[in-house]
Design a protein around this ligand. Sequence first.
Ligand code: FAD
Length: 246
Amino acid sequence: MTDTPADDLKPGFRSDVTVELVKHTASDADVLFAARVSTIGEQSLDELGKDPERSKGLINYLMRDRHGSPFEHNSMTFFVSAPIFVFREFMRHRVGWSYNEESGRYRELQPVFYVPDADRKLVQEGRPGKYRFVEGTPDQQQLVGRAMEESYRQSYEAYQEMLAAGVAREVARAVLPVGLYSSMYATCNARSLMHFLGLRTQHELAKVPSFPQREIEMVGEKMEAEWARLMPLTYAAFNANGRVAP
Ligand SMILES: Cc1cc2nc3c(=O)[nH]c(=O)nc-3n(C[C@H](O)[C@H](O)[C@H](O)COP(=O)(O)OP(=O)(O)OC[C@H]3O[C@@H](n4cnc5c(N)ncnc54)[C@H](O)[C@@H]3O)c2cc1C
C-alpha cells in the first residue's frame, strides 16, 4: 500500500455517512434454490421463477421458523465512510462479515471529522438500556460544534507537527480522535445483515426493540435501503416477522 499525501490539510467537517453498495450477488432466488435442495435436490435451480406465491410463502416460512442458512447464499459488499466510533461498534459484528479498513500506518489520515447536525438529539435522559434522547438547546448545539471543531483542529495540528518532524504515522496517529472519518469495505450476506439491522436500527415492527447509537443506525438505514431493493421478498418477510434474524 502506498502513501497518499493530503491535498489540503485544512480540517473538513461532516455530519453524514457514506454507504455505497459496490458489489453484490444477492436475490430472493438465492434463498429459494438453497432451501428447495431439501426437498427436490438438484432440480431446485429449475424451479426458480415458477409459482411466485409459493416462493413468497416459502421465504416467509423460513424466516418465521428461523431456518437461517438459506439466507446465507448471497453476498453484498458495501463501501462505508463514517467516524471511527461507528467502526468500533460495527466491527463487533463478527459472524458473516468481512472487513478491510484504510490504514493509519500506511497512509496519512485525512482531516475529515464528524460534527452532528441540528437534527441530532444531544441530550440523554433515563437509565442505561432505556435512554431517551431529546433535542439540545441552541446553546448546547453551539457548544458541541465549537468544542468539537476546536479540539479536532488541535489534534490534527499535533499529528501534522509530528509527521513533519519525522515521527512514524503509526505513532503520530495516537492523538487523533474517534470523530475522525475512516473508510472500509464490509461484506455480508442477508442473514448477517439482518442480525446487524435487528441490533443497530430502531423500527416500529421490531419484536425486540434495540437502542443503537444514531450514527451507526444511519449506516444501517442506508444498507437496509440497498438490501430491500435487491431482495424484496426476504426484506418483507424480515419485517413481517418482527425484524429478528433467522
Ligand atoms: C444497543 C447496543 C449496545 C451495546 N453496548 C455495548 C457495550 O456497552 N459494551 C460492549 O462491549 N458491547 C456493546 N454492544 C455490542 C454487543 O455486545 C455485540 O458485541 C454486538 O451487538 C454484536 O452482536 P453479536 O455478538 O450478536 O454479533 P456477531 O459477533 O456477528 O455474532 C452473531 C451471533 O453469533 C453467535 N456468536 C458469535 N460469537 C459467539 C461466541 N463467542 N460464543 C457464542 N456465540 C457466539 C451469537 O449467537 C451471536 O448473536 C452493544 C450493542 C448494541 C446493539
